[in-house]
Design a protein around this ligand. Structure first.
Ligand code: ZN
Length: 239
């Protein structure tokens, strides 16, 4: 193999993130898929049907923005169209993680939303967590189901399925994936202890001020239901 230093590093990083997702229980065995842009030379993505804990750099598939294999004979993830759709909708994003985090998926099965302002740090660093309507995995329904939401948010829950997160790097996308499952776990415990109380609009506005002061740029669907004033801020959805 004659990879550039950049390609070799990114192939290794995809393997590492997939392993981390498995180690943290965000996927089982062959679940999930992970990808990163290779500059303007396409996308590196995990292969179809391979155990994510034991990937090696040569197993990573190299595809173009249409999902076609560019080099090598590795078959890309069966959810490749979901990644390609997300990259097309979000040219500002460089990496994608897709996993099946337990608590987050359980919330979608129960019909409960995580699109809430409840944990201050999450409001500041991420925003809220919207859910896209159900789409059959492995079909065009799935990318179609998330297209609108991913335009407006770096993170999205897929009903009855999992989570998709976009980042400026693989580590950034993985961080958002961890925040989703951590939030879902906390809310699960809070519900068992008596319920979840949302932050007030005033409290949310102060957090948005902090967010602006820190220069946090995550695209998110925050936060019309909280009543906070976000017009003209960095939170507006792109057209
Ligand atoms: Zn999946």
């Amino acid at each position: 193999m004659s990879w550039s230093d950049e390609e070799a590093a990114l192939r290794g990083a995809v393997c590492q993130v997939a392993r981390m997702a498995y180690d943290k229980g965000l996927i089982t065995n062959v679940d999930g898929n992970f990808s990163v842009r290779l500059g303007d030379r396409g996308i590196l993505i995990t292969p179809a049907g391979a155990p994510k804990a034991f990937l090696s750099p040569e197993q990573i598939a190299h595809i173009d923005l249409n999902g076609n294999v560019v080099s090598g004979d590795t078959r890309p993830s069966t959810e490749v169209t979901m990644h390609v759709t997300a990259y097309r909708e979000r040219p500002d994003m460089r990496a994608i993680c897709h996993a099946h985090p337990k608590h987050a998926v359980a919330f979608t099965l129960a019909g409960l939303s995580l699109d809430l302002c409840v944990i201050p740090e999450v409001v500041v660093t991420l925003g809220t967590i919207p859910t896209a309507p159900y789409g059959t995995p492995g079909t065009q329904e799935l990318p179609d189901s998330l297209r609108e939401t991913i335009r407006c948010s770096d993170v999205v829950l897929l009903e009855r399925h999992g989570a998709l997160t976009l980042g400026t790097s693989l580590i950034d996308a993985f961080r958002k994936l961890e925040v989703i499952e951590h939030t879902a776990t906390i809310l699960y415990y809070a519900r068992t202890l008596g319920g979840v109380k949302e932050l007030s609009p005033e409290q949310v506005q102060k957090l948005l001020d902090t967010r602006a002061r820190l220069g946090v740029k995550t695209q998110n669907t925050l936060c019309s239901k909280c009543g906070a004033d976000v017009d003209g801020g960095p939170y507006d959805c792109k057209p």
